[in-house]
Design a protein around this ligand. Sequence first.
Ligand code: FUB
Length: 468
Amino acid sequence: MKLKEGLLTVIIFAMASILFAQNPIIQTHYSPDPAPMVYNGKVYMYTGDDIPGYNFYYMTKWRVHSSADMVNWTDHGSPISLESFSWARDRAWASQCIERHGKFYWYICAQTTQNNMAVGVAVADHPAGPFKDALGKPLITTGSWSNIDPTVYIDDDGQAYLYWGNGSLYYVKLNKDMASYTGEIVPVPQTPETFGGVRRPRNGNAQTSQEATPNKDMFVEGPWFYKRNGRYYQMFAGMSKGGESLSYSMSDSATGPWKYQGKIMTEQPTNSFTNHGGIIDFKGKSYLFYHTGLLPGGGGYGRSSALEEFTYNEDGTIPSIRMTKEGVQPVGTLDPYKRTEAETIAWSEKCSIDQQEKTGVFITNTRIGGYIKVRSVDFGAIGPTSFAATIAAGLDGGILEVHIDSLGGTNLATINIPRTGGWNSWKIITEKVMAQVTGIHEVYFVFKGQNITAGRTLFNFDYWIFKK
Ligand code: FUB
């Protein structure tokens, strides 16, 4: 009896941790090297794109997601890839985007046709693009493998700084056009006092962190430069036992001297050698973005963005932060009476995303047993009477069920999906809402099927809306 109860508790705990999981925050694809940007009431998160099955960082594109509440993330697809930069041939590595006077400057790094790494910049009128290469050539190109992981910040006096580096850390002062700079590239001095240690000189061109001294720290890569309450922060991927830590230094000036402060995140079971982070304040809270290899099937070359909330110490220093599965709590609600893209997701299983010129980003590869969960949905005081979803299905048999609060919670609506004329022939299908719902709930869009071979796509799903 006791054994049975114990087993039951383990099963309930495992199910609860799946249902309450919020990290990694993107489940439909890998999303390494998260770089958050706060703009106009939303957080935009720019990431890379690890390719399943590879054994190195052979990445080819970058991605954008956004959230107004920190738990529901809308996928904006991949507005830039290596093809967007005529000079880039491989390794679409870490990036960061910033807004200046209504334009968005997305600093990326990639391997050049000359086989070294360089920093480039793409520009857009909207945070999710379309972006185009601002220069048609790299912005930083010195022939060095250290030209990776750009981070950018515009100071209160309007001066913009671009820092970057692997092993060595550099900066330049950007001009107001954000696509050129004045003065020399400045190498930042590294000592135990400034960055916790010194990396041994590189042997040739190898892109490796193997020279690290376990347990000590040093600047490895992935700088994240920002200012808060008049003080400057330089977070970076440092070195710990078994992999990269997230560590930081502080300064009273944008250009140093830097004072090493310690490790923010270290020796966590992230299942990834690298870590790469970004820090923002949003709606009065502070957040650390980082990556792990913890998405099922993931690892060191299959990394996904994760998120934790933290509070600065009174003196402005950053506490030690542990990774969690539960992630963060919502800081806003979602209005179900406005069109919501189906690719707005708090958690999902057994589905992925695709992108087309006409439809934009949509959910595809929906399979039996899969679902999309959306959190903090506010139905208000008067509940909905109907639910509509935009669906495309080349075959029939798929069923979309809408439940609240859990996968098996109250069933609000069921759509038996007909053939719509093809996987790209979209139809708005409306159904009556079968139960009364008011107030704030989680909503589950559950994928089911009748007489269907398990594993095949049930339907494509573009957006949904409730009506009162
Ligand atoms: O994602 C490729 C590289 O791995 C990044 O540029 C580094 O920061 C590390 O995360």
